[in-house]
Design a protein around this ligand. Sequence first.
Ligand SMILES: [Zn+2]
Length: 477
Amino acid sequence: MTKESSKAPPLYPKTHLLAASGIAALLSLALLVFPSSDVEAKKTTLSLELESPAEQLTQDQDAAEAVEATNESAASPFAQIENGAEETQETAEAAPEPAPAVANVEEKKSESHREVIVAKGDTLSTLFEKVGLPTTSVNDVLASGKQAKQFTQLKRGQKLEFELGPDGQLTNLHSKVSDLETITLTKNEKGYTFNRVTAKPTVRSAYVHGVINSSLSQSAARAGLSHSLTMDMASVFGYDVDFAQDIRQGDEFDVIYEQKVVNGKAVGNGPILSARFTNRGKTYTAVRYTNKQGNSSYYTADGNSMRKAFIRTPVDFARISSKFSMGRKHPILNKIRAHKGVDYAAPRGTPIKAAGDGKVLLAGRRGGYGNTVIIQHGNTYRTLYGHMQGFAKGVKTGGTVKQGQVIGYIGTTGLSTGPHLHYEFQVNGVHVDPLGQKVAMADPISKGERGRFLAQSQPLMARMDQEKSTQLASAKR
Ligand SMILES: [Zn+2]
């Protein structure tokens, strides 16, 4: 069970909890909100910044608002995207559409073309009236088919365009209902034909650069990175960076991502193509690569997997004496109990290695587990090593360990029948079988694809360098 969490969860001020109206919001908070000063104080003796409680509160409220704001904009993707477009370098050509101005009816060159902008209280009838069409033609239009009724779902600011024949009769009516969709009615002998045209966006890449000065979510929003891309970035770097607790002022990021564009206007985003994240002076890189089998994954710029491959077996020359199961008879308690780990029998004193890089949450006694080490790996993974004879030199609660580092030795402390390692693996707090397929053990780029990978990776890294220096230079001016 997970009762072995030795560390209290980070304390969030009330404002945060109020803002968190659902699990998603809580997740955002955990991922994106700057750690509270309490946590900060525990972690470092040197406080980065002295803040009065009042200032702290304001900052936290801001952060909470920012989370709310990003949630709101996530609900209306277009608003979000337009925002982002302003900040990105690539969107210079995106000419803003003229705002629907005061004039409701606009005479154009051609006598047979009329445009009208939907205003408050308008109906299709009032709009037809405004362009001089008789009420009967509204009826004709609506009677022409079910789909024609889509012209009655009017939004303020929507533009309706009318083409009139020489006799003043309506020949064509069309309107853009979104950045991607236009609906059209065209007159034929029998009535009107309805058509919906969906524009196919072109895909280009966009770049953003941001420096964190309060919270990741605020800084990302300011840089023009959408909420969902910010979450994507946190997940790409989630193996290396603890976004809940390790984010510091001055951390920075560069992201190149796919942007969907229609008529020069950004209408949506695709995946992150490459990213860099500098956390406390250490820079991590990520490049998305689709291998020849068609599987996409993120790798470091030099081709290693972003998912740190865990060592599958933390003890060399050991024999599996008990497998992972949801129900087995406990050898000592003589009761049916789930065995949420794998037992490796080996001679007393055999070294036990850390399955991956991480923080030592516990190196000490833990009930029936006896001498136990618990390691937290990034945000997602946690491993536990039980029944140890003793701990390796330098392994202590609060410290860090490297993958493969010896953390202790096989023993039989706690509820144990003989010398063995009891090994548990958790993904987001859920026990999984370390021998099973559920745990992602990603491999680096294969030798055969290395050239192809670097041909994609190197230009992306070079571009981030170049775009960043251009942006910094223009900021100085
Ligand atoms: Zn066991």
